[in-house]
Design a binder for this molecule. Structure first.
Ligand code: SME
Length: 149
């Protein structure tokens, strides 16, 4: 398993959800040089609400039918966008962002939160990085059940 996934697993031993996710976002932000944003959107009351993150001030509420994050929720599939300027409906929280990787965390088949990452260059995210975040999402889903989040 990749180092980043081992580190994330260790951080997910923390039983408090906000504390654990705050450290997971910091871990990804530190490990992957070149990100300008790394964090979580949590599914709450029928919308996506900003969770723990590293980076600049971001959108706090995102409807399920808007942006890369909304498509991740409705499709339940990771969205790896090489050029956000060509993605219709992309929500530019930070105008510096050029590529984005958003991965759903599925618990019993339902999206409960998303990992969202932005980079200020086009095509930053590789297939390998997507796999590592899919692994992270699985581990977060396990922690979610184990810690009763
Ligand atoms: N770009 C996202 C919004 C969240 S920010 O990137 C932190 C979107 O289009 O849904």
């Amino acid at each position: 398993m990749e180092l980043i996934n081992l580190q994330i697993r260790a951080l997910l031993e923390e039983p408090d959800m906000i504390a654990a996710l705050a450290n997971v976002s910091a871990c990804i932000f530190e490990q992957w040089n070149g990100l300008n944003w790394a964090g979580f959107y949590l599914v709450k009351n029928g919308e996506l609400v900003l969770g723990p993150f590293q980076g600049r001030t971001a959108c706090t509420h995102i409807p399920f039918d808007r942006g890369v994050c909304g498509l991740t929720f409705t499709s339940k599939l990771p969205q790896r966008i090489q050029d956000v300027l060509s993605f219709p409906g992309h929500i530019a929280c930070d105008s510096a962002s050029r590529s984005e990787l958003c991965v759903p965390v599925l618990v019993r088949g339902e999206c409960v939160m998303e990992i969202d990452l932005d980079a200020p260059v086009e095509g930053y995210f590789t297939e390998e990085m997507e796999k590592e975040m899919l692994q992270a999402a699985e581990d977060i889903a396990s922690a979610y059940l184990q810690h009763h989040w």
